[in-house]
Design a protein. Structure first.
Length: 252
């Protein structure tokens, strides 16, 4: 009986089975390898893209930094470069920020009138005038710590920055007459002519002092920086021909 019971137990004992993992086909194995390498491929692509963009930016930015001593972000836009192109030069001290969107290029062999170039880039529609123009034309002993700049009466006030500006509002013919463009450190700078500068000084004699205007008149005439016809023309534009007449007569 015991032997029969043992046989019955053996008959109901479950039979152990072995699960086999299905074999992957060739296409499945290839897909597995690709998915495993996706992260490495993406990282390599990002690195190659970054290096390529850095090379493109450097090839366009470097000539600009050699050409100009002061640049604006709009200069980058003309070259198809993003504003972020200046992040590395800023960090390395290659450029320094003067005001919003305006940067000075360090290590540039600049002239004594570099502040005029900086002001011209900050305010492209401005005209260097009065004391700053006198210094440029060597017609004064004054040494202003600000750049005197004329802008239109309706123009927006320039943002704070470096160099500091002394803004004067001119209107109409007084702003558009009697100025020429000078290249200073690779930057076009609009400056009033010697004759216009003298006439402006007489117009603003209450602000500058009559002695500054008279000194500029005498130095300009002695150094032949203008003709009498040029002076009278600018005196009429500034409406100071009657004011300036006795000082002109004293030159004879």
């Amino acid at each position: 009986m015991n032997s029969r019971l043992n046989c019955d137990i053996q008959a109901v004992r479950p039979v152990a089975t072995t699960k086999r993992t299905p074999r992957l086909g060739s296409s499945d194995r290839a897909a597995s390898r690709v998915s495993t390498c996706d992260g490495h491929l993406q990282t390599s692509a990002d690195i190659l893209y970054s290096v390529g963009m850095a090379t493109i930016i450097d090839s366009k930015l470097r000539p600009l930094l050699r050409k100009k001593s002061v640049i604006r972000t709009r200069d980058l836009a003309r070259l198809g470069l993003p504003r972020t192109a200046l992040e590395v030069p800023l960090a390395d001290g290659v450029v320094s920020r003067l005001s919003h969107g305006v940067y000075d290029v360090t290590g540039y062999d600049v002239s004594e009138h570099h502040s005029l170039a900086q002001a011209a880039v900050r305010v492209p529609h401005g005209v260097v005038c009065l004391l700053s123009a006198l210094v440029f034309h060597d017609l004064t002993t004054q040494s202003p710590h600000e750049v005197w700049l004329a802008i239109d009466r309706k123009a927006r006030q320039p943002a704070e920055g470096f160099p500091p500006l002394h803004v004067v509002r001119f209107g109409g013919e007084a702003l558009n007459s009697g100025s020429t463009i000078h290249q200073i450190d690779g930057v076009p700078v609009r400056i009033t002519t010697p004759a216009k500068t003298v006439a402006d000084c007489f117009k603003y004699r209450n602000k500058l002092g009559i002695s500054v205007a008279v000194e500029a008149l005498r130095d300009g005439w002695t150094k032949r920086r203008f003709t009498m016809d040029e002076l009278w023309a600018m005196a009429r534009v500034c409406r100071v021909h009657n004011v300036i007449r006795p000082y002109v007569e004293s030159l004879a």
